[in-house]
Design a binder for this molecule. Structure first.
Ligand code: FAD
Length: 260
């Protein structure tokens, strides 16, 4: 299996860096091929601007989705973006690894998504009509590939529980797991989250590293998050609202879009 890890931490000798090493050694021990996109080491450009679209005339107003579609179709996106797209095509499994910063991913990783997920590549794929709203949420260019988040958080696990003050971790990560990953077609595995990491001692590190090794060992067989596919009959078209009566009792909000 080919595995791409997109690593978003500014310090390779960090806890995240050590957990990255754990994943690489476990994946290689299983015979998998691994590529790393170490975004800070690559000095990844995190903002979308007109320099991303070489075909855009200097005096023409920038419309990002349009310029993205045009440059993607003509294979004219910048080399750094094309290289990341090729890695995504190569990968059978993609891991996004990051420390939780302000309840989300670090800006550099968001900028990787903004630039690499071009129109025609990650969105704007398939038929868009009153009968069909594209190939997305379970379909799309990433269909057949698995993806997973590996996240470290300073807060306690309880702070991220159903009644925790930060909000449930699955809700906070939903825009990434359901939005960034499920949308272009990935099968999304439950996130690996390490809590209360800022004062980790050796024992806590070893326990977390062991848990992570176990998750990596079973990455090909772990049951995915049972998100509902858009084009499987669960949603009213074109409103894209969940049909009445399909939800579990008392389910609201993000939980509506899970089948179990
Ligand atoms: P490091 O600082 O590198 O390491 C943490 C500890 O792990 C170290 O002190 C060390 O004791 C131990 N350690 C490191 N490497 C090893 C090793 N190889 N072996 C053994 N022990 C080791 N947290 C939240 O919960 N929610 C937020 O919204 C949030 N927002 C943040 C925003 C910002 C801007 C910042 C800077 C932090 C935020 N945090 C938040 C905390 C953040 O999530 C943690 O600081 C981060 O996850 C720690 O990961 P790290 O790789 O940077 O750890």
């Amino acid at each position: 299996m080919n595995v791409l890890i997109v690593f978003a931490h500014p310090e390779r000798q960090s806890l995240n860096g050590a957990l990255l090493d754990v994943m690489i050694s476990e994946l290689e021990a299983q015979g998998h091929k691994v590529q790393i996109s170490d975004l800070y080491a690559m000095q990844w450009k995190a903002t979308v601007d007109r320099n991303d679209f070489p075909l855009l005339p200097p005096d023409e107003r920038l419309k990002v989705a349009e310029a993205s579609a045009q440059n993607f179709a003509a294979h004219q996106l910048t080399e750094d973006v094309q290289a990341e797209q090729e890695k995504l095509i190569w990968a059978d499994t993609v891991i996004l690894q990051f420390p939780l910063w302000w309840f989300g991913m670090p800006a550099i990783l968001k900028g990787w998504v903004d630039r690499v997920y071009a129109c025609g590549f990650a969105y704007g794929v398939g038929e868009h009509s009153n009968k069909r709203w594209g190939d997305r949420y379970g379909e799309g260019k990433m269909a057949g590939k698995r993806a997973m988040l590996v996240v470290t958080a300073g807060g306690w696990q309880e702070h991220y529980s159903q009644r925790g003050i930060n909000g449930p971790i699955d809700d906070l990560l939903f825009p990434i797991t359901h939005g960034v990953l499920f949308y272009p077609g990935f099968t999304v595995l439950p996130s690996f989250v390490a809590y209360r990491v800022d004062r980790f001692n050796e024992q806590q590190f070893d326990a977390t590293a062991q848990e992570l090794r176990e998750r990596i060992k079973t990455i090909e067989s772990t049951a995915p998050i049972p998100y509902r596919k858009q084009n499987n009959g669960d949603y009213i078209i074109p409103e894209m609202e969940l049909k009445a009566g399909l939800e579990r009792p008392n389910a609201t909000g993000f939980a509506l879009h899970r089948k179990e």
